[in-house]
Design a protein around this ligand. Structure first.
Ligand SMILES: Nc1ncnc2c1ncn2[C@@H]1O[C@H](COP(=O)(O)OP(=O)(O)OP(=O)(O)O)[C@@H](O)[C@H]1O
Length: 299
């Protein structure tokens, strides 16, 4: 289990990560989502011990990560700006990682490089962006670590490759309880694979919950009210957002489906329907409440 306690990182006057507490359970897929500049990459760099926190700490099974080689062998970090030695070939990176990760699966590395159609002897700097990402993912998967930190790893991979990488993650989760921690802006994709989602905004965690629970507690409500009534009259609903087109009102409300439907029925509307929200809609609603409003950005 990975635990971040009171984790804080400042860059001069910017608080990139602001007293974050998070628990990442083994065997789940932890999705890290957030607005641009929210602190996702900084959080991952703190988790992997690349950066030193000003306050707080990160532990893996109780062991501090920062400057702890043993703890660092438990994870592989695929950073957004991937790291390869200058002029290195995949073969040379394999030799390097083999010395660090005792469980590095060399045979699997050769097999995956060949099935992904990547040459082990070509200089990595001559590869395309997506091909470099593929090499990083293959190194990460073959390292045999308990945790895999992925910073925007799927972005830049073509749809077939993304599917292949997801399948590799799923196989390793089933075979050896791999725990991927994935920061991404592709919410549609995360929605398919994540068990738990942490939503960051301005360095702090707005929400951290099992994805299913998250979806159970927020709903979209479409309704037509009795003549003379407006959305403001629905005082018993915990409203996050209201939109009106003609007589059709669309609301985003907190609460379980049963709660929302019971409250709505008590207002005797002409029509209403309760619809689950996608992760993208939850993201937009929650960040809007925190002041990140699309209308303010555009108009
Ligand atoms: N090395 C650095 N020096 C100074 N400021 C930094 C540094 N790294 C990050 N920051 C600042 O910290 C904040 C968080 O940045 P970070 O890269 O962690 O965000 P992010 O959530 O990954 O963003 P994005 O989704 O845009 O990639 C930003 O305000 C950024 O400018």
């Amino acid at each position: 289990m990975i635990q971040a306690v009171n984790l804080t990182k400042r860059f001069d006057d910017i608080v990139a990560v602001d007293h974050i507490n998070a628990t990442i359970k083994d065997g789940c897929v932890f999705g890290l989502i957030g607005t641009n500049g929210a602190g996702k990459s900084t959080f991952l760099r703190l988790m992997s011990g690349v950066l030193k926190p000003e306050e707080g700490h990160v532990t893996i099974d109780g062991h501090e990560v920062f400057e702890n080689t043993e703890a660092k062998r438990r994870f592989f970090y695929i950073s957004d700006e991937q790291f390869f030695f200058s002029n290195a070939t995949p073969e040379e990176m394999l030799r390097y990682y083999r010395t660090i990760y005792q469980r590095f699966d060399e045979a699997r590395f050769h097999k995956l490089m060949s099935s992904f159609g990547l040459s082990e002897k070509r200089k990595i700097h001559t590869f395309s962006k997506g091909m470099k990402k593929q090499v990083s993912v293959i190194c990460g998967i073959c390292a045999g670590t308990d945790y895999l930190f992925c910073d925007e790893t799927f972005d830049g991979l073509d749809p077939v490759m993304r599917q292949a990488v997801k399948s590799l993650f799923a196989a390793d989760m089933a075979d050896r309880n791999l725990t991927p921690i994935i920061a991404s802006h592709n919410l549609r994709e995360l929605e398919d694979i994540c068990d738990h989602v942490g939503l960051l905004h301005k360095g702090g965690i707005l929400l951290s919950r099992e994805l299913d629970d998250m979806k159970l507690n927020i709903h979209k409500l479409q309704c037509v009210l009795q003549p003379g009534m407006s959305a403001e009259d629905l005082v018993a609903l915990d409203k996050l957002n209201i939109e009106q087109r003609g007589s059709l009102i669309t609301l985003v409300v907190r609460g379980t489906r049963e709660e929302v439907e019971a409250i709505m029925a008590s207002y005797n509307p002409v029509f209403f329907e309760c619809i689950p929200l996608s992760l993208e809609e939850i993201f937009i609603s929650e960040t809007e409440v925190a002041g990140y409003d699309i209308k303010k950005l555009i108009f």
